[in-house]
Design a protein around this ligand. Structure first.
Ligand code: IYR
Length: 223
């Protein structure tokens, strides 16, 4: 390592028994997380959303470039505009764009082009990936590992929201160009995910299919 300005890592470590407890506790929390489309018609506390976004902003990223931007939409008029534009794309997706194979894979989820929940869910957090940075002089700054970085930040955000007691849905209409247009984002940004966030409805349901998780042995190799 070359000498660079550095500061001490202030990170808590634990004895092994406590590590086990903490790992299990976090698993128990995250095991309860599921995407739902059943949101309560109730505003979400903006302060909580902002704190969860601060958590997302702590994600590691390529060269620490933090190539993301998050737009929080609570305004009912803008949400409705997004809902209508999303439903238009989804109708084409289900009727024409999606292959038979794709529709078959989606069948256990019971999804369709109806995204009415966008109207009443507490807020949308539209996540944008900055394909490149914009220098003050107008030039382009190359960004590295953009998709990976934004994916990790999104994971942090989803975990933070769940920890705070908010449900979310990773909605990915395809194509998503309408999100940048409606939200008037600059040309270096591409919509990554429309995260629908809110309190779950009292009778919120999750497709049973979502509980079919691979066992550790199926997805982990220890050498
Ligand atoms: N974007 C569509 C279809 C869809 C695609 C995948 I992959 C999903 O995991 C779920 C849905 C929709 O939101 O209905």
């Amino acid at each position: 390592m070359k000498p660079v300005p550095s500061v001490p890592l202030a990170m808590q470590t634990y004895p092994e028994t406590e590590m086990r407890q903490r790992a299990t506790h976090f698993f128990d929390l995250m095991q309860q997380r599921h995407s739902t489309r059943d949101f309560a018609d109730k505003p979400v506390p903006l302060e909580v959303i902002q704190k969860c976004l601060e958590t997302a902003g702590r994600a590691p990223s390529g060269a620490n470039q933090q190539p993301w931007h998050f737009v929080v939409v609570t305004d009912p008029t803008i949400k409705h505009k997004i809902r209508l534009a999303a439903e238009e794309e989804e109708r084409t997706f289900y009727a024409e764009r999606a292959s038979e194979e794709w529709l078959e894979a989606l069948a256990p989820l019971g999804t369709d082009a109806d995204k009415s929940f966008i109207d009443w869910a507490g807020c949308l957090i539209v996540i944008f990936a900055q394909s490149y940075g914009l220098a003050d002089t107008g030039g382009h700054i190359k960004h590295y590992y953009v998709q990976e970085s934004v994916g990790i930040a999104t994971g942090f955000l989803i975990a933070a929201l769940h920890n705070a007691g908010l449900a979310c849905l990773t909605h990915t209409p395809s194509p998503m160009g309408f999100l940048g247009e409606i939200l008037q984002r600059p040309k270096n940004e591409r919509a990554y995910i429309n995260l629908v966030v809110g309190y779950p409805a009292e009778d919120a349901q999750v497709p049973a299919h979502a509980f079919h998780k691979k066992s550790l042995e199926q997805f982990v190799t220890i050498l």
